[in-house]
Design a protein around this ligand. Sequence first.
Ligand code: ZN
Length: 392
Amino acid sequence: MSIPTEPVGSLPRPAKLQAAIADYDAGKITKEELKVEQDAACKDSIERMEATGAPIVSDGEQRASSFATYPLADTLAGTGLADNLAGDGQYFAIFTDGHHRQLPRLTGGPFKYKTYAADYLKEAMKMAHKPLKQAVIAPSMLSLLYPLDGEIEGYTREQFLEDLVNECEKDIRQCFEVGAERVSIDFTEGRLACRNDPNNPWTGRRMLEQFVELNNRVIDRFSPEERKNIGIHTCPGGDCDSTHSADVDYADMLPSMFKMNAGYFLIQLASESDKERVYQLCGEHSRADANGVPQVCFIGVINPLNPTVETPEQVRDDLVTAAKYIPVERLGSTDDCGFSPFSIDVKPKHGSPDYARDIAFQKIESRVKGTAMASEQLGVVGATIADTAGRD
Ligand SMILES: [Zn+2]
């Protein structure tokens, strides 16, 4: 075996694709015409990610409106919104640069996904030559579709949560059926739940524990063998090169996060000010046995919000330091976050989304090379792609 390495999932959408999305929202092009651009962007994303040497790749989420809204709408502007939803839901995140992102609002039941991640993955499978991973959204994020207070007439909160858990389970199962090697659940709202921002009411309600319980309602439906390849991603947000909860102390969140019975965790870490302290927290709170699976900690070694490309040596050194605190058989590497979790993102610190794509592939290559160097230094060599992708 060797130290495994895996991306979170997204890449910036090319400027041409972002323009096509705007044209689709304006009714200037058809869905089929939009799909031509999405196909091209996915193909380019997969080919270039494969060329980095990465053992497992993604389609860059080029078809998704965002990591959170892909089941609900075709575009971030709300074109093709699913049934029983209105556009004016609550903010789920207010970012440090002042911009915010909003969820739709549930108006009635039943709650049903309009698009499953596997719908995208099916298309990606035709283009890929390496194992693919797929990211899905956590039930905890989508639980925010239901009004914070009160009940929707004729559709209780518990009825909604039951529908939601069923849909999330289906979303994950379909990914594996279509051929995903790994499925990770985006849990950006975990850290934000500890923030208590008066401008964003849900963050002041101490919802972290209920998020963890809700997510376990889905995760616990899978066998230990399946959960080896089901992950959780945590981060302080990443959109327009800005974060939403980097000021929250990881010590407030990580102990709860590791209560989820997932087999691996993709943990933002490269952009932390005191990485060693967080490695220590991961070592202390991750479990060697989470109801039958060991929890593997994939530490973030790449910062997708910063255009400076990390060197392979930096990546190696981070992993070697982390191995002082996290058992090496439960250590992996990842990027801090997706490179563009939202489809419309000009990547302001990079200057353009197309340039940010070039940078992203260079960063992924550094992650791959640096992880191989760390494997050698730590004496875990003899990698096969199957091992690093979690196959037996
Ligand atoms: Zn993230």
